[in-house]
Design a binder for this molecule. Structure first.
Ligand code: SF4
Ligand code: SF4
Length: 472
């Protein structure tokens, strides 16, 4: 007896000259259907309201469509399958401890979203941080700890970083755990020998941001009062640190590009090439990033942000300038047809955490310094904060599940998006969430065509009807 089948809710179809392309966001399968009949079939499979199908297609076609999950059994609960994949991804996310050594920064970038304060971790916090990490590690089947040193500028509190790093490495040796670290830095204030420092602290990746060539970088990333001298150049310091770090570790050169420094993207790549950054023992990695309003504090950036299409073009230009000589890492959407997501951000991992410079535990680095967003306490205190009275967000993070959200659960991009950034949901940032959907609607048809090796006659974009086939 044959099984009744229905079209998957995750099908998308794009008409092309030879017929149509059909893509399923849940399986990642992409097929071409030929001719006018193929186009009709693809359109039919990507629409809502067709409930059953039994014995109406040639067996070879039915088998092709079933294999790609374009057709699924009538009883299939596809959203439940995505939910299962999502929770598996959460459980399997590696343990990452982001440690904010200080909330202070020596630079005053005009777009910085961070809350600056005098909070910093001190010698008295080393044992608490190690105990915190030990407890997290003890719950993991796979004993590996990755520490991401974060700030403010983490190197402004290098004494804590030194002491805590050595203590964490000793704890990992004792418990038979793998240890490695990374740093997010503005490239200033590093100790005299950055390469030796990186080796001593098992740092396998450093991210350093550039906001243009010297003049624009120094203007954007200027020293704050009481830091630096009138002659200090944050650009020259960062360039010198990168020169040295690449002897010992990978450095991601984050290019923060906005409308004000667009013309510097090419010269920055040229400088990296001229300084030999792509041929060092650890070649530099280029990370294009658009200036964005990560939080409401920098909402003034929104009107100046690149649209997804503009940023897409910028990434293409940077890629062309790099010319295959260096790896380009994507901070936003990667190149190529998206696959169903099997990973989530560290904020959703059951044991990952961000240790704030205020001694509180957070889930997402964007929240550090906002005690109302804290989810626990790391610093030992004689006056423990009662769980009942604080840390209300902890339960939100535990239970966050995009497959239950009103919009995401009905969205056909769900398997490749998994709701995007949870912080945006927590903050009810509808502008950013709508941008996420706009990105997929605008870019998915093009990415499908590129993967299939065909061109689209005209720019095709999916509609709200394509995204929410069964309505909202
Ligand atoms: S595109 Fe928007 S609605 Fe769809 S899953 Fe992503 S965040 Fe949710
Ligand atoms: S919640 Fe968003 S901003 Fe925070 S770590 Fe996850 S993806 Fe990044």
């Amino acid at each position: 007896m044959s099984t009744s089948l229905k079209p998957s809710r995750f099908n998308f179809s794009v008409p092309v000259a030879a017929g149509a392309l059909l893509y399923n966001t849940h399986s990642g399968a992409l097929i071409s259907l030929q001719g006018e009949d193929g186009r009709k079939l693809a359109g039919w499979l990507a629409s809502a309201g067709v409930e059953t199908l039994e014995g109406t297609l040639p067996p070879a076609v039915e088998s092709l469509l079933s294999d790609g999950k374009f057709l699924v059994p009538i009883s299939a609960d596809e959203v439940a399958e995505v939910r299962e994949r999502y929770w598996k991804a959460r459980a399997e996310t590696p343990l990452v401890l982001t440690i904010t050594t200080t909330q202070d920064c020596n630079l005053g970038c005009f777009y910085c979203y961070e809350e600056r304060s005098g909070d910093k971790l001190g010698d008295g916090d080393v044992n608490a941080v190690v105990a915190f990490a030990r407890q997290k590690l003890s719950r993991r089947a796979h004993r590996a700890l990755h520490v991401d040193w974060y700030g403010g500028e983490p190197l402004l509190n290098v004494s804590f970083l030194e002491a805590a790093s050595l203590a964490l490495q000793a704890m990992c040796r004792e418990t038979g755990s793998v240890y490695h670290a990374s740093v997010i830095s503005n490239g200033t204030n590093w100790p005299a020998d950055p390469a030796a420092f990186a080796r001593r602290h098992a740092i396998r990746q450093v991210q350093i941001s550039f906001d243009g060539m010297r003049e624009k970088h120094n203007r954007s990333r200027r020293y704050r009062k009481n830091y630096g001298t009138p002659l200090s150049s944050s650009f020259d310091e960062a360039v010198s640190v990168v020169d040295q770090l690449l002897e010992a570790t990978r450095v991601d050169i984050r290019l923060n590009i906005g409308r004000h420094n667009l013309e510097d993207a090419g010269p920055l790549i040229e400088m990296a090439r001229a300084r030999g950054w792509f041929r060092k023992p650890y070649p530099a990695v280029i990370q294009p990033a658009k200036l964005s309003a990560f939080t409401d504090q920098c909402g003034f950036l929104r009107p100046r942000e690149f649209s997804p299409a503009e940023f897409q073009q910028l990434r293409a230009n940077i890629k062309a300038a790099v010319n295959g000589e260096a790896l380009i890492e994507e901070t936003e959407a990667p190149d190529g047809l998206p696959l169903p997501r099997t990973s989530v951000c560290a904020a959703l991992a059951p044991d990952s955490a961000v240790v704030g410079a205020d001694g509180l535990e957070y889930r997402c680095g964007l929240h550090v310094g906002q005690p109302q967003r804290a989810t626990g306490q790391v610093r030992h205190s004689p006056f423990p904060i009662l769980q009942d009275h604080r840390f209300a967000d902890a339960a939100w993070w535990e239970s966050f599940d995009p497959t239950h959200l009103p919009k995401c659960s009905r969205c056909s991009f769900l398997p490749i998006c998994l709701g995007g950034c949870p912080h945006k949901h927590l903050e009810a940032d509808h502008f950013a969430l709508d941008e996420q959907a706009a990105y997929w609607r605008t870019n998915l048809p093009r990415l499908m065509a590129e993967r299939a090796g065909v061109s689209l006659d005209t720019a095709v974009a999916f509609t709200a009807q394509d995204q929410y086939k069964f309505g909202l």
